[in-house]
Design a protein around this ligand. Structure first.
Ligand SMILES: C[S@@+](CC[C@H](N)C(=O)[O-])C[C@H]1O[C@@H](n2cnc3c(N)ncnc32)[C@H](O)[C@@H]1O
Length: 289
């Protein structure tokens, strides 16, 4: 298991190799009109062009491609976060590993009073901060260096949570992060989140998760996509849990009380997201402590 003891990044907690994936997803959000031009990078454009034939092949043989599942997860996460703001009175968002995602930018435009903190590894956080400064960042919207594997120190989840008002309802959001870690490692991170959220009157966590659906009709293409992501990010991309029930039980074990597991297909016809005939591959988890 990855050990993460202190605040300075050691070899075992340096996962900056993963940051390239943010360029790919950032470009997908931009290409589909979810973002502003500044969020698209040259690297993202090249990575998207490189994967265009692979995506076309996946659509042909599996009925869906990588971008479809990215757009599905992005839209359902947005929906869950907005529901928490509108229906539960959440006033603070801590989005971890936000990369080049425009979610904070978009939500701050829609809900100017929201306190929004984005966290990512130092290099990506500096890039995102510069980008937001250039676009014209809003008050109460900041980007801080964070390493989710650090259990203490300035870059830990605990440190970022301490920047928020303990009297306000708060949600932590992650997208495109958790499958880069083995289950044992990410479960310790989830347990820290659950513990940290206890300081707020209400605490929520929203994330996507790619489960290990071994009986999915396109499982062999899933394994192919898994290798592709692993190749680009020079590491593993493990799938977690084999059913929605197992996901629920896992999060409860980590300290979350209410756990809802959403299939993007539930939102077909209701949200703006691509619909596919094949079974979906991603789940959106909304938990509360
Ligand atoms: C696939 S990108 C997702 C970015 C964004 N959430 C999105 O959906 O577009 C993964 C992100 O995780 C960040 N990351 C990788 N390891 C991390 C760590 N240990 N702590 C915090 N962020 C990390 C990367 O820098 C990158 O921005």
């Amino acid at each position: 298991m990855t050990s993460a003891i202190n605040s300075s990044s050691t070899a075992s907690t340096d996962t900056s190799r993963i940051s390239i994936s943010a360029h790919y997803t950032g470009y997908v959000w931009y290409k589909h009109g979810l973002s502003a031009p500044g969020f698209a990078t040259g690297m993202g454009r090249i990575a998207n062009a490189a994967l265009t034939p692979i995506n076309a092949f996946l659509r042909l043989v599996a009925g869906a491609d990588i971008d479809i599942f990215l757009l599905q997860r992005h839209s359902v996460i947005d929906h869950q976060v907005e529901a928490l703001i509108q229906e539960q009175g959440v006033e603070q968002v801590l989005e971890l590993a936000s990369g080049l995602s425009p979610r904070g930018y978009r939500l701050k435009q829609k809900y100017p009073k929201l306190n929004y903190i984005e966290g990512d590894l130092p290099g990506m956080a500096a890039r995102k901060k510069a980008l937001l400064d250039e676009i014209g960042s809003q008050p109460n919207h900041s980007v801080l260096p964070c390493n989710i594997l650090e259990k203490s120190g300035d870059q830990s989840i605990k440190a970022l949570l301490s920047q928020l008002d303990p009297n306000k309802k708060t949600v932590i959001v992650t997208e495109g992060l958790v499958n880069y870690f083995d289950l044992e490692t990410i479960k310790t991170v989830w347990a820290q989140m659950a513990e940290g959220l206890k300081q707020f009157p209400e605490g929520y966590y929203v994330t996507d998760l790619y489960p290990d659906f071994v009986h999915h009709p396109s499982y062999k293409y899933v394994q192919f996509a898994q290798k592709l992501v692993g190749f680009f990010t020079r590491g593993q991309w493990p799938l977690h849990y084999r059913s929605d029930e197992a996901i629920k039980a896992g999060f409860q074990q980590d300290g979350f009380k209410e756990v809802a597991v959403h299939d993007p297909a539930e939102f077909y016809g209701k949200l703006n997201l691509p619909e596919v005939k094949t079974q979906t591959l991603v789940r959106i988890i909304r938990t509360s402590i």
